[in-house]
Design a binder for this molecule. Structure first.
Ligand code: PGA
Length: 250
């Protein structure tokens, strides 16, 4: 039985005070949490937020890491540095990184390699842009993302990975995928992992949905058999919305 995972991607929002306040509000409700909760603040707030989460069940991740191990790469943050802070998770391949920072599937493969080397658990984001969905090419598009970034790894290497299916047209638009669209794609992704690895590997793989998930649509999305929770952007910046999404998953 896969446990539900609700992850909050805070993106480049909040300041130190509001990030700490949000983390405290969520920790205050941790007694009622039955699912796994992950928070992804900006790099600069990782340590402060981590200290707030310290004795709670809530885990923390970074929104990105460098594809290089270390050295003269000004402004980058390495997987090893994240690990040294006690960070456990890292988002890899978010569509905003792909779009604004030109992160291609090959670079994401390098990021996965280095994240896994330092025992970070990657949340690998995939998903098609609007024009691909309109042309009904979403399955081929997502399969190619998986093939070029992920399928070179062994089952053991990627047994700590979480997949987040995030259709680009649904991110930050208020236009979430329907339960049917999410269901079909999650089942498709699971089938690809079963083909490439094994049924048992695929059966334990968490696949989150992301894209305008909010307290009103969460329950329906989470009722889909292959949807194991959500990577939440906008609605994770408000404690009561985020807690309501958590509630909807339990
Ligand atoms: P959204 O973002 O919930 O604001 O659509 C999701 C994400 O980018 O992970």
């Amino acid at each position: 039985m896969r446990k539900k995972i609700i992850a909050g991607n805070w993106k480049m929002n909040l300041d130190l005070q509001t990030a700490a306040g949000l983390a405290k509000d969520i920790v205050a409700h941790e007694g009622s949490l039955k699912c796994e909760v992950l928070l992804f603040p900006s790099f600069v707030f990782l340590e402060s937020v981590k200290n707030i989460l310290n004795k709670s069940k809530i885990n923390i991740g970074a929104q990105n890491c460098s594809h290089r191990e270390n050295g003269a790469f000004t402004g980058e943050v390495s997987a090893q540095q994240l690990k040294s802070l006690g960070i456990e998770y890292v988002l890899i391949g978010h569509s905003e990184r792909r779009e604004h920072y030109n992160e291609r599937n090959e670079i994401l493969k390098e990021k996965l390699k280095i994240a896994l080397k330092y025992n970070l658990k990657p949340v690998f984001c995939c998903g098609e842009p609007k024009q691909i969905r309109e042309a009904n090419g979403q399955e081929d598009f997502v399969l190619n993302q998986l093939k070029e970034s992920l399928f070179g790894f062994s089952a053991t290497e990627i047994s700590n990975i979480i997949i987040a299916y995030e259709p680009v047209w649904a991110i930050g638009t208020g236009l979430n995928a329907t339960a049917e669209q999410a269901s079909n794609m999650h089942a498709f992704i699971r089938k690809q992992f079963a083909k490439k690895y094994s049924d048992s590997f695929s059966a334990q793989l968490p696949i989150l949905y992301g894209g305008s998930c909010n307290p009103s649509n969460a329950k329906e999305l989470f009722s889909c058999p292959d949807v194991d929770g959500s990577l939440v952007g906008g609605a994770s910046l408000n404690a009561s919305d985020f807690l309501a999404i958590i509630q909807a998953s339990q």
